[in-house]
Design a protein around this ligand. Structure first.
Ligand SMILES: *Cc1c(COP(=O)(O)O)cnc(C)c1O
Length: 430
């Protein structure tokens, strides 16, 4: 039988029954929600093994999203990087333009099978909201998206997309009127009616079973990419690189390679304006163990356990927590967590656009930026697979306004070898 998930590939078979990856994960909730999560877990346990569910999801992945997304050899970028060959897993080519549709289809299909009428979620920049509204429209469920009032104003195009798709955008006017308050409002709404609605979390975060469930739905990225590398590139990659916000695109990619001990894995966090400033969101690099949004993981927090304000040029990476499986993989040393600054991400954004004709999301640009450095380190004859999590159409106006090409100066502290790559930015052709 076709397998939905690749737990078989991950021999550690995590999380355990309580939802823990080592010491991370679990479920830290008020008793009323505890019960609701248990129901979701039991339903998922059953439905995810149902061949008709697996077949329906597979059909949607192929005929709606357009899977499998290709793996593409970025030859000109590889030459410019001056070392290993760089391959891109093109999640930017999915319908809606990013990987988020993979877990939204899974979650909404599960909601439908559980007999729910409505899916709800919070959204910051609106990317998760749009993907969920899309899946809800497709499968005929109602959709309420909670969004801070400030974000509603800032992200007008995504708000319009959600409304056109038939979702209700609930503007949250309390507190800071941003993502954190939107999460609280959505949780309250869920508690008020857990029978007809279900909360669809937007990454491998939150209480058990969400980190597992979202990973499972995203694991199609890694399963496809592993086969595609064997058939298209002739071997497994030496390294795999993905950006990490909450960590869903990275977990989806990494999960297929966890047991390939010769494949090094790299998660790239946003260093923002620099790790020595407080303008970053590098949770694993700088965080401490804590509890946030119902789960235990590394968290960027103050002495009282309050989440710190975080920042990244890429709104999808701007989160003070990280999926518990990432904290675990960091603790056992299986995945290396690195960072890229705003500026490095913008350089990679321009470089990939100009050298390959692919405009990447600023989130994904963090992974590209690190892959270029790594290519030089690994050297010729090696292969790097990068998860290109989304397309950058949403970011072009912002980048052109704040990082115009004319004013573009490479940072002085960039590593040797990056110079070569930078020569190609600013219109120079090879
Ligand atoms: C939301 C988003 C991310 C960050 O989310 P993860 O859960 O860390 O994958 C990365 N890339 C794109 C394009 C996104 O929209």
């Amino acid at each position: 039988m076709e397998n939905l998930v690749n737990k078989g590939i991950n021999t550690e078979n995590l999380p355990n029954k309580e939802g823990y990856f080592g010491e991370y994960g679990g479920s830290y909730l008020p008793p009323a929600l505890e019960k609701v999560m248990k129901e979701v877990e039991e339903a998922y346990e059953k439905i995810s093994k149902d061949p008709t569910f697996i077949a329906e999801l597979k059909d949607l992945n192929e005929h709606f999203t357009g899977r499998p997304s290709p793996v593409y050899h970025a030859k000109r970028l590889s030459v410019a990087a001056g070392g290993a060959e760089i391959y891109l897993k093109r999640e930017d080519l999915n319908h809606t333009g990013a990987h988020k549709i993979n877990h939204c289809l899974g979650e909404v299909l599960l909601a439908k099978r559980m007999g729910k009428k409505k899916v709800i979620a919070e959204t910051g920049a609106g990317q998760h909201g749009v993907a969920l509204a899309t899946a809800a429209a497709l499968l005929g469920l109602e959709c309420d998206i909670y969004m801070g009032e400030i974000d509603v104003k800032k992200e007008a195009p995504n708000v319009s997309r959600m409304r056109v798709l038939g979702a209700k955008v609930v503007s949250v006017t309390r507190g800071t009127r941003t993502l954190k308050d939107a999460v609280d409002a959505a949780f309250e709404a869920y508690l008020a009616d857990p029978v007809t609605q279900i909360y669809c979390i937007g990454s491998v975060v939150g209480p058990h079973p969400f980190p597992m469930m979202v990973r499972d739905f995203q694991s199609i990225i890694g399963m496809e990419a592993r086969e595609q590398m064997l058939s298209y590139a002739g071997s497994l990659p030496d390294a795999v690189v993905a950006c990490v916000g909450g960590g869903s695109n990275a977990m989806g990619m990494f999960s297929a390679f966890l047991d390939d001990k010769d494949v090094s894995l790299y998660g790239v966090e946003p260093a923002g304006k620099g790790l020595d400033t407080n303008m970053h969101a590098a949770t694993i690099s700088k965080g401490t163990v804590g509890i946030l949004h119902g789960f235990k993981s590394l968290v960027l927090q103050d002495k009282d356990g309050e989440p710190l304000p975080v920042y990244s040029i890429a709104s999808g990476l701007d989160y003070p927590g990280v999926g518990p499986q990432h904290s675990y993989l960091h603790s056992i040393g299986r995945v290396n967590y690195k960072t890229a600054t705003d500026r490095e991400a913008v350089e990679a954004f321009y470089a990939l656009s100009r050298m390959e004709g692919i405009i990447p999301a600023l989130e994904s640009s963090h992974a590209v930026a690190y892959a270029v450095k790594l290519a030089k380190e690994l050297g010729k004859g090696k292969k790097i697979l990068v998860n290109l999590s989304g397309r950058g159409d949403k970011d072009i106006d912002f980048v052109m306004e704040h990082y115009p090409l004319e004013e573009y100066e490479p940072e002085e502290n960039l590593k040797d070898g990056y110079d070569e790559f930078l020569k190609h930015i600013g219109g120079e052709k090879n």
